[in-house]
Each structure stands twice: as structure tokens, then as C-alpha cells.
Ligand binder design. Structure first.
Ligand code: 9MR
Ligand code: ZN
Length: 552
């Protein structure tokens, strides 16, 4: 890691491993696959005592354009014995991995616990945070950007990412992924225990973690129902702990996208919280209705653009019809009122991408929200949403078959946050699978998870603290400034990006294959930042694959 943020030095990654494995491990009953760099005539599985316990013949794929490597694949699904193993073959070895039950328990917990570490406005105490403690941050009143003389006390929520800003559309997207995962695959959350201050009724600590973000979001609503777009300083803080960020916080103007996402997610959360805390569920519903009423009165797209002098995240969008559709769907789900249904039908007349899962396009969240409630009485809408996901999943499946790694991102798909697209593509297949009752996408879905935690040309796990060779230097202020050697676990980083924006990397990735355009370096935010909406689809995905284990 470079200690000097201004240094021009950097080192590209290489791996000395010849076989890439899922570093979380493999469930004995599940599909299992590894990737071999180059060619091998045979590959052997070796146990902890050095015994050769299995062998197979790899399938040579040839040159994989996205990684620039020749690769072979080995399917070892037939091997079901629990234990610790590694692969050996002419091409080299793999890291050690485990075949075990309860495979995702600790990774799932870590991914969810990251939200606690992102908390703003409260002390992170040793009892809950272990080594990663810090005093309460950002507790002073903010000012309204439009009128600096107005102070407003808005405290709480999750820091969005490596920076200390809090943005409504980003937060709504993350909360939505988590709540939909819970709505669809609740059993997968049975063993989750986040060890956070609020224990939560019925052991659902993660529902309490979600409440922490919602309570902040509720404060972002203006008297008239509209919702402020974001709460940040003028510029991002230096790489200091959050309690040392002394910049003035501002509340930025309202936008229709923030208002609609807020309405959607509050209505959605209200449906979940009604089981745990009725008073909070009512508060959420009222806030959602108020936001929706504002939207109805203000049908025009109120865009958000960073005002002069502000350089924090913009989260701009091109339109708000998808956001409004999502709000209408979730308010209809919550209330069953005809007016919302009429609006759902109205927005569907427009051109909306109904598979996009956020943050900028949320039409897929609308579709998912609708499908979760099985509105069989309105088959035309249900069929449209379902068939859109099916068509998307089928198209992705074709792409998966075009590359050696079996994943859906192709040569030109590696932009800022490529890992999010890797994961949300798999989520789209998971949704199609779920609502068509089919297993046809499952192998491809596993390939995407495998990629995220080690089956990639760099042999790296893109989730901090998860696996064996994981990311250690995320662009995450707390992880850098805390003086703790270990990285805070459970964060998904942005991943390979063919067009990095950092000056040190200008022109440097020209001849590097897209999947290798990544460096685990704290300075490179367009490669190695974390965000709350990159973690959440990964949680959705693991919840999906784990839900399969309850069917047997
Ligand atoms: O995730 C966002 C990515 O898709 C954009 O290309 C990028 C530039 O606009 O911004 C990313 O979002 C950042 C946000 O603006 C501020 N917080 C950190 C986010 C992750 O890098
Ligand atoms: Zn803070």
C-alpha cells in the first residue's frame, strides 16, 4: 500500500496460482467448479494429509479475451466429502479451500455487519466493533445549501462508501436489496447475528441495522413531503477518521428521484416492520404517502446536479419515471389503493427498463417489488415483469457462455464499479429463476459468486476479510485512518475498471485485459472503493443460493 497519496508508484497484480477456486469454499451438495490457467491433462485434489482424493480431466476452453489468459475449467461437483483441500496440476496449485456445510454463514454475517461499521452519528463501541472503534461522528447541525442561515439537525444513517456522505437514492437502493432479499429468502437470515447494540425482536438484528438507515432517511424529508437528495460536506474529507472530519455538513436540494426512492423504500420497509414494530411501520407508511403526494403534485422531473462549489457524489439520473413506478408499486403493495395501481399502469406505458436494480435505474426494483407480492389478479403486469426478467436472464446466460470464466461481463463491461454489475447481473438471473421456478441459471449464478471471491484472473477475493487472498487496502477512510493493521471485514470493492480516473493510472491500462485492470491500493477510488449498494446485491445473491438448501 502506498502511504503517500501523491506517489505515482503502483504495482500491477499477478498471481502465482495455477488454479483459481472459490475462497469461501464449496457446499458438499452444490455445483463446484474451478478455473485452471492454461492447459492441464489432469487435475488432482489433495487433502490436508497430502492424500490424493480425487482427480478429473479439465476441459480446455482456449483464450478468454476478457482476462487475456488461456483457461481450462474443472467441474468437481461429484466430489462431496467434507474437508480441506487444494488442487494440483501441471499448471500449478490452488489456494487451500474447504468443502463444508453452512458455507456462507461467516461471509454473510460479515457482509451484513459492514453496515454497522458504516454507521454515522454514533459511537462504535469495542463490545460491538472489536478493533474498529471510533467515537460518534458528524453529530453537529447541518446547514441548508440553499440558505446557509438555516441549521438542521440530521444525524445518523450509513456513510455511503469510502467517503462520509449520505445520499438518499444510494441508501434507498441498498435498503431495498436487503429488504427484498429478506422478503424472498427469509430463512437464509435465520442464523444471522450481527452483535450490534439493538438486538432486535425475534433475533433479527439485521432488521434493526436497516432501521438505523431508515431513521436517518426519515429526517431527510422536508415538511412538504419532498426529500433532500444528500447530506455531505462541500468536498470529501481527507483520509481522517469520521470524528475528525470537521467540514460543515450541508443538506442539498430536494430531487424527485430521491423523493420517489424514499417513498418506495419507506412503503416497502413498512410492510416488513409491521411484523416487528407497528408504530414504526405506521410512521414509515405516512412518510411514504406524504412523499408520494408531493410527487403527484410535482409531476416534473426535478433533477439533482451538484451545485457550484460542491464536489461530493452527485448520483445524477436521466429521468424519474422508473423511480415513480417503484414508489407506486410499493405504495400499492402497502395500501392496496386503486390510485396507486392506476399509476403503476400509467408509468408502465412509458419506456422503462424494468430489470435494472439500481442505483441510477430502479425499474427492476419496481418489478421485483411487484413480483414479491404475487399479484396474480393483474396477470398482464405480473407477466410483463416476469418475462422481462426472463428475457434478461436468458440474454445474460448467452453472454456467460462466451467466456472462459462463465460470467456475464464481457470485454467492454469493465467500468467503475464493475463488481456491482457482476453481482446485479447474477441477481437478475436469480430473480428470473425464483419466479420461473427453474434451476437453469444456477450454474451461471455460482460463476458470478465464484468470481467475486477468488475465481478471477488475479486470484483475489473482492470482499475484504472474506476468503484467503482478499482485498486489504480498500478506499475506505475508516479502514485507512484507524491505525489497525487488519482491514475491516465484509466490504465488496468496486473492482476492475478499464478507464480508471486517477492521474497515476492514466493510459496505464491500455494494454491490460479488462478483468486485470485492478489494483488493491487505497488511493484508487475508481477501482477499490466500497459502497453500501455494492454490498447489498452480494447479500441478495448469497441469500438466494442459501435458500436452495432449505428446499431439500
Ligand atoms: O458508484 C458510482 C459510480 O458508478 C460512478 O461512476 C462514480 C462517478 O460518478 O461515482 C460512484 O459513486 C461514488 C459516489 O459518487 C460518492 N461515494 C462513493 C461512490 C463510489 O465510488
Ligand atoms: Zn459520520
Amino acid at each position: 500500500m502506498a502511504d503517500n497519496f501523491n506517489s505515482a508508484e503502483f504495482k500491477l497484480h499477478e498471481t502465482d496460482k495455477g488454479v483459481m477456486i472459490n475462497q469461501i469454499g464449496y457446499n458438499p451438495r452444490d455445483y463446484k467448479r474451478a478455473i485452471i490457467k492454461g492447459r492441464a491433462h489432469a487435475v488432482y485434489l489433495v487433502d490436508e494429509n497430502g492424500n490424493y482424493v480425487w482427480n478429473g480431466i479439465p476441459r480446455y476452453y482456449g483464450l478468454d479475451k476478457v482476462s487475456g489468459d488461456e483457461v481450462s475449467t474443472i467441474d468437481f461437483s461429484g466430489f462431496t466429502k467434507k474437508g480441506k483441500y487444494h488442487f494440483v496440476c501441471e499448471a500449478g496449485e490452488s489456494l487451500e479451500f474447504e468443502v463444508k456445510e453452512g458455507l456462507h454463514e461467516s461471509a454473510f454475517n460479515a457482509l451484513l455487519k459492514s453496515y454497522y461499521y458504516q454507521r454515522c452519528g454514533c459511537e462504535l463501541r469495542r463490545e460491538f466493533a472489536g478493533k474498529f472503534i471510533h467515537p460518534a461522528c458528524h453529530t453537529k447541525p447541518s446547514r441548508l445549501w440553499e440558505d446557509e442561515s438555516v441549521e438542521k439537525l440530521v444525524v445518523g444513517g450509513w456513510h455511503d462508501a469510502g467517503d462520509y456522505g449520505r445520499y438518499v437514492t444510494a441508501g434507498a437502493t441498498a435498503v431495498a436489496h436487503l429488504l427484498y432479499a429478506y422478503k424472498l429468502f427469509d430463512k437464509s437470515f435465520n442464523k444471522v447475528d450481527l452483535n450490534i447494540p439493538e438486538k432486535g425482536t425475534m433475533g433479527r438484528s439485521f432488521i434493526e441495522e436497516i432501521r438505523y438507515e431508515l431513521k436517518w432517511m426519515l429526517q431527510m424529508q422536508r415538511e412538504d413531503g419532498a426529500v433532500y437528495h444528500k447530506q455531505t460536506t462541500k468536498e470529501h474529507a481527507f483520509f481522517v477518521m469520521p470524528e475528525h472530519d470537521s467540514g460543515q455538513m450541508y443538506i442539498f436540494p430536494v430531487s424527485s428521484v430521491a423523493t420517489a426512492d424514499f417513498a418506495a423504500v419507506c412503503a416497502l420497509a413498512s410492510q416488513v416492520f409491521v411484523r416487528f414494530d407497528n408504530a414504526f411501520a405506521i410512521e414509515l407508511e405516512k412518510a411514504a404517502e406524504k412523499a408520494y403526494a408531493w410527487l403527484t403534485k410535482n409531476p416534473k422531473f426535478t433533477e439533482f446536479k451538484n451545485p457550484e462549489g460542491c464536489t461530493t457524489g452527485e448520483y445524477g439520473e436521466n429521468g424519474d419515471q422508473d423511480n415513480r413506478l417503484w414508489a407506486a408499486v410499493e405504495l400499492y403493495n402497502k395500501t392496496g389503493e386503486a390510485g396507486y395501481l392506476a399509476d403503476v399502469k400509467y408509468f408502465l406505458l412509458g419506456e422503462i427498463n424494468t430489470v435494472a436494480l439500481g442505483y441510477a435505474q430502479v425499474g427492476g426494483l419496481a418489478a421485483l417489488g411487484w413480483l414479491c407480492e404475487h399479484h396474480e389478479e393483474y396477470n398482464d403486469i405480473t407477466n410483463r415483469f416476469r418475462s422481462d426478467f426472463t428475457a434478461r436472464a436468458d440474454a445474460l446466460l448467452l453472454k456467460c457462455n462466451e467466456g472462459g470464466y462463465g460470467v456475464s461481463l464481457r470485454e467492454h463491461d469493465f467500468h467503475w464499479g464493475s463488481n456491482m454489475f457482476m453481482i446485479t447481473n447474477a441477481c437478475q438471473m436469480a430473480i428470473a429463476a425464483q419466479f420461473n421456478n427453474t434451476y437453469k441459471y444456477d450454474q451461471a449464478i455460482y460463476h458470478h459468486i465464484d468470481y467475486m471471491v477468488g475465481v478471477n484472473p488475479l486470484g483475489i477475493s473482492y470482499v475484504t476479510g472474506v476468503g484467503t487472498n482478499y482485498v486489504k487496502n480498500p478506499h475506505l477512510r475508516t479502514a485507512f485512518a484507524d491505525r489497525v493493521d487488519d482491514v475491516i471485514p465484509g466490504y465488496v470493492v468496486g473492482g476492475p475498471n478499464k478507464e480508471p480516473v486517477e492521474w497515476q493510472l492514466e493510459g496505464k491500462f491500455k494494454d491490460i485485459p479488462p478483468m486485470k485492470c485492478y489494483i488493491d491500493d487505497v488511493r484508487f477510488y475508481s477501482l477499490n472503493e466500497v459502497t453500501i449498494y455494492w454490498n447489498s446485491p452480494m447479500i441478495f445473491l448469497i441469500a438466494y443460493v442459501e435458500s436452495k438448501h432449505f428446499l431439500n
